[in-house]
Design a protein around this ligand. Structure first.
Ligand code: NAG
Ligand code: NAG
Ligand code: NAG
Ligand code: NAG
Ligand code: NAG
Ligand code: NAG
Ligand code: NAG
Ligand code: NAG
Ligand code: NAG
Length: 465
C-alpha cells in the first residue's frame, strides 16, 4: 500500500520549522561559545539554589547518571518564573547523553512555566520526560512571547524513542484563548469577530517515532491537546484529558500521516473530537477509551480542497461514548480522492449521543459547498455490537454518501440504539450507501442498498491508496 503523502500544510510546516530551527540553532551556538558546553551534568552549571523555593517538594534531586532534574539546571517551579531555559538545558543534556535511557524530571509539588519551544532530536539514547509536577504555558495570548508562533506550545521534532509520562498535570491554561473575540460567539453581543484566531496546540509530535504517552493528566488546551503528524509507532496509555464541553476546537488526540498507533485505557472529555484521525493514518487501534462530553471519535475530515486522503485499518473497540454530538463518525468533504477502508467499530456503548453512527460525505463548514463529482471513497466499514441510547433530535444511524462515489460494504451487526428519552423512534438515514446487515438491528435498517453499486468505483485508480 502506498500510504504516505505529504500535504501542502506539511510542507509549509517543515519550511516553518526549518526557519525556527535555524534561529534556534544559532542561539545555541552562541551559548556554547560563551559558556562551557552545557552537556555536562547540571550542578557544575547551575548550582541548585540554597533555599529551595518549594515548600511542597521534599524530593532530593536524583543525582544519578541519566537523571536530569530541571531544578539542577536552575528550574524554579514556582508557577511564575520562566523555566524554559532550564528545561531546554536538561533536554539538551539528556539528548546528548550516551546512556540508553535518560530521564528529564519535572518534580512533583512544583509548577513549571515553559514558553513555546521545539525540542529537537535525534537524541543519542531514548528519553523519558517525566512530569510529576505541573507543566504550563504562559497564561493566555497577552503573555505569549511575541516572536513565537501562536499555533503550538511544545513541539517534539525528529525524536526516535521518547516517553512522556508521570503523575503530574499539563495545564494548557486555555480560557483566555477560548474567550478571544474571534472565537465563535465571543465577540461583542455574541458575535464572532473577524480576523486570525490562532491558538496553540498544547503538545505536538512531528516526524517522530517510538513514542509513548502514559499516565498523565492534561487539561484545558487552548486548541488540540495532542497532535501527532508524520509519526510512527505511538502508544498512548492511561491518560486523562479534560476541557469544558464548550471550549472551541479542543480535540483530545489528533493524528495524521501517522501509523502504528495504539490508544488504550484513557478518558477524554472536551469541546471537540475525542480522537480525530486525519489523512495518511493506518494501523490504528483504539481500545477502552471513554469519550464525552465532546464530539466523539472521528475519521476525518478528509478530502478538503480536493485533496487525496488514505486511511485504513482502523479499529475502535471496547469503548464508551457519552453525551456527545457524534459517536463514531467518518466525515469527508465533497471532492477529493483516495479512500477510507478497513474500519471496525466494535463493542461500543453509547449514552445520549446525537449521531451514534454517522458517515457524512457532505461535510461543509460554510453551508456553501458545491457537490462535486469525486469524493474520498468509503468502503469496508464494520459496525458491530454498538448499543445504548441516542439523542432523539438526530437519527441514530446516518449514512450520507456522495452521489458520485457511494459507500460500499458497510456491515451492521448487533446494533441496538434506543432513544435516550421518550419512545419516539427515528428511522436510520441512508443516501447512496451499500452494505449488509449481519443481524437484525434496533431500530431496523431498511435503507442500505445490497450488493455493489452500478458505477465502477472499484476499478478507478483515483480511489485506490
Ligand atoms: C536528601 O538526601 C540527603 C542525603 O541522602 C538526606 O540526608 C536528606 O535527608 C534528604 N533530604 C530530603 C528532604 O529528603
Ligand atoms: C507583545 O507585543 C505587544 C504589543 O507590541 C505587547 O503589548 C505585549 O506585552 C507583548 N507581549 C510580550 C509577552 O512581550
Ligand atoms: C524570542 O525572543 C526572546 C527574547 O528576545 C529570545 O530569547 C528567544 O530566543 C526568541 N525566540 C525565537 C523563537 O526567536
Ligand atoms: C450590543 O447590543 C446593544 C443593545 O442591543 C447595542 O446598543 C450595542 O450597540 C451593541 N454593541 C455592539 C458592539 O454591537
Ligand atoms: C523503534 O524502536 C525499535 C526498537 O528499539 C527499533 O527497532 C525501530 O527501528 C524504531 N522505529 C523507528 C521508526 O525508528
Ligand atoms: C479501562 O480504562 C480505565 C481507565 O480509563 C481503567 O480504569 C480500566 O481498568 C480499563 N479497563 C480495562 C479492562 O483495562
Ligand atoms: C492492522 O493494524 C494492527 C494494529 O492496530 C496490526 O496489528 C495489523 O497487522 C494491521 N493489519 C493489517 C492487515 O495490516
Ligand atoms: C448535494 O447533493 C445532495 C444529495 O444529492 C443534495 O441533498 C444537496 O442538496 C446537494 N447540495 C448542493 C449544494 O447542490
Ligand atoms: C467487506 O468488509 C469486511 C470488513 O468489514 C471485509 O472483511 C470483507 O472482506 C469486505 N468484503 C468485500 C467483498 O470486500
Amino acid at each position: 500500500m502506498g500510504h504516505s503523502s505529504i500535504s501542502p500544510i506539511g510542507i509549509f510546516s517543515i519550511y516553518f520549522l526549518t526557519l525556527l530551527l535555524c534561529t534556534q540553532g544559532r542561539h545555541h551556538f552562541h551559548k556554547n561559545k560563551n559558556s562551557h558546553s552545557h552537556y555536562t551534568y547540571a550542578p557544575s552549571i547551575a548550582p541548585p539554589p540554597a533555599e529551595a523555593p518549594s515548600p511542597n517538594s521534599n524530593d532530593n534531586y536524583t543525582n544519578e547518571p541519566g537523571f536530569y532534574d530541571v531544578r539542577a539546571f536552575g528550574g524554579i517551579g514556582d508557577g511564575i518564573s520562566d523555566d524554559t531555559e532550564s528545561l531546554k538545558m536538561a533536554w539538551d543534556a539528556a539528548c546528548q547523553s550516551e546512556l540508553e535511557v535518560n530521564v528529564i524530571l519535572l518534580p512533583r509539588g512544583l509548577s513549571f512555566v515553559i514558553h513555546p519551544n521545539i525540542f529537537t532530536g535525534p537524541c543519542k539514547g531514548s528519553l523519558l520526560l517525566r512530569v510529576d509536577g505541573t507543566l504550563m504555558p504562559p497564561d493566555g495570548p497577552e503573555s505569549w512571547p511575541n516572536n513565537t508562533s501562536k499555533r503550538q506550545w511544545l513541539i517534539f521534532y525528529r525524536i526516535n524513542g521518547m516517553s512522556l509520562e508521570g503523575t503530574g498535570l499539563i495545564d494548557g491554561r486555555g480560557q483566555k484563548w477560548w474567550d478571544l473575540p474571534c472565537k465563535p460567539h465571543k465577540g461583542p453581543n455574541g458575535t464572532t469577530a473577524p480576523g486570525p484566531c490562532d491558538s496553540p496546540i498544547a503538545l505536538r509530535f512531528f516526524m517522530s517515532s517510538n513514542l509513548t504517552v502514559q499516565g498523565l493528566r492534561i487539561k484545558n488546551s487552548p486548541q488540540f491537546h495532542f497532535r501527532f503528524d508524520g509519526c510512527e509507532s505511538v502508544h498512548i496509555e492511561s491518560i486523562y484529558i479534560t476541557a469544558p464541553a464548550l471550549s472551541p476546537n479542543t480535540d483530545g488526540i489528533h493524528i495524521e500521516n501517522t501509523n502504528d498507533v495504539r490508544i488504550y485505557n484513557s478518558v477524554v472529555s472536551n469541546g471537540d473530537d475525542c480522537v480525530s484521525i486525519g489523512s495518511g493514518c493506518y494501523d490504528v487501534d483504539i481500545k477502552n477509551i471513554t469519550c464525552g462530553p465532546g464530539h466523539g471519535i472521528s475519521i476525518g475530515s478528509l478530502g478538503n480542497h480536493d485533496s487525496r486522503a488514505c486511511v485504513s485499518n482502523i479499529t475502535v473497540r471496547d469503548s464508551v461514548i457519552k453525551v456527545s454530538d457524534n459517536g463514531v463518525r467518518i466525515k469527508t468533504w465533497q471532492g477529493g480522492s483516495g479512500s477510507v477502508s478497513g474500519v471496525t467499530f466494535s463493542n461500543i456503548e453509547m449514552d445520549s449521543v446525537k449521531n451514534p453512527i454517522i458517515i457524512d460525505q457532505f461535510y461543509c463548514l460554510s453551508k456553501e459547498c458545491n457537490n462535486k463529482t469525486s469524493a474520498v471513497f468509503v468502503s469496508d466499514i464494520l459496525y458491530t455490537n454498538i448499543k445504548g441510547t441516542y439523542d432523539i433530535r438526530h437519527p441514530p444511524m446516518h449514512f450520507a454518501c456522495s452521489d458520485s462515489v457511494p459507500c460500499t460494504n458497510l456491515t451492521l451487526s448487533d446494533i441496538e440504539l434506543l432513544p435516550a428519552q421518550g419512545d419516539m423512534v427515528l428511522d436510520p438515514f441512508c443516501w447512496n450507501a451499500y452494505g449488509n446487515l449481519d443481524t437484525l438491528t434496533i431500530p431496523p435498517v431498511s435503507c442500505l442498498m445490497e450488493g455493489i453499486p452500478p458505477q465502477s468505483i472499484v476499478g478507478n485508480e483515483i480511489y485506490h491508496c
